[in-house]
Design a protein around this ligand. Structure first.
Ligand SMILES: [Zn+2]
Length: 221
């Protein structure tokens, strides 16, 4: 018996939610009961400089706990949960599949401030954008945007405060921006869309023609 079969004999693969035997991280019934959002045209959520937003699921449990485990792994060698990461990246692929229409020129993450990046040690939005880019075979431009201000976390702020908090927070490296570009802009969770709008405004001011936000989950609704 090859070693892989022994491992599966000792630790049979099981569903991350219900624990039933499952070849995938989620069994089909648990997949069906996730807080899926109805597929809508991205433009349905267009606002200001943003030409639309797509997110496949609501930010409620169990999705919420997976995203938090993915974004804030406990320190140490075995900090990041392999199953939470696998599930979040699977949702990222599901989100990327929902975007139809013209293929964008590139896909780029909403960056966090370097100070936050150093503290966390990895960039969640970059990892999501990488997964989406590979899945849809689209060019990844990881350094198109950068944070010029370290803004406080948006959690707990009202809509108008969120908008002010992230105003002029980004700048664009124009040399990475294709002419009249159509761009997919990736973040983990969308709430009011103020962060995506601020980043999209920066890209449009630099010459981008179309910017669509692509997130793993959406709060509310
Ligand atoms: Zn299950």
């Amino acid at each position: 018996m090859p070693s892989q079969n022994w491992l599966e004999f000792l630790f049979p693969p099981s569903c991350s939610v219900c624990g039933q035997a499952s070849a995938d991280l989620l069994c089909p019934p648990c997949k069906r009961t996730l807080p899926w959002l109805e597929p809508t045209d991205a433009a349905h959520h267009a606002s200001g400089p943003l030409d639309g937003i797509i997110a496949p699921v609501k930010f409620t449990d169990p999705v919420r706990s997976w995203i938090l485990a993915f974004k804030y792994p406990p320190p140490g060698l075995f900090g990041q949960s392999a199953s939470a990461t696998g599930l979040v990246l699977w949702l990222a692929r599901a989100g990327a599949e929902r975007l139809t229409g013209a293929t964008p020129d590139c896909i780029t993450p909403v960056p966090s401030h370097p100070r936050r990046f150093q503290k966390r040690g990895f960039e969640p939005s970059y990892r999501l954008a990488l997964e989406m880019a590979r899945h849809r075979d689209i060019k990844l431009e990881p350094r198109l945007l950068f944070r010029v201000r370290d803004t406080p976390a948006q959690t707990g702020l009202k809509s108008s405060q969120r908008e002010a908090n992230v105003k002029n927070a980004f700048a664009c490296r124009r040399r990475h921006l294709p002419h009249k570009a159509c761009i997919w802009l990736v973040d983990d969770v969308v709430t009011t869309g103020s962060t995506l709008r601020s980043a999209a405004r920066t890209l449009k001011q630099a010459g981008a023609e179309k910017v669509v936000g692509l997130c793993v989950a959406r709060t509310g609704e």
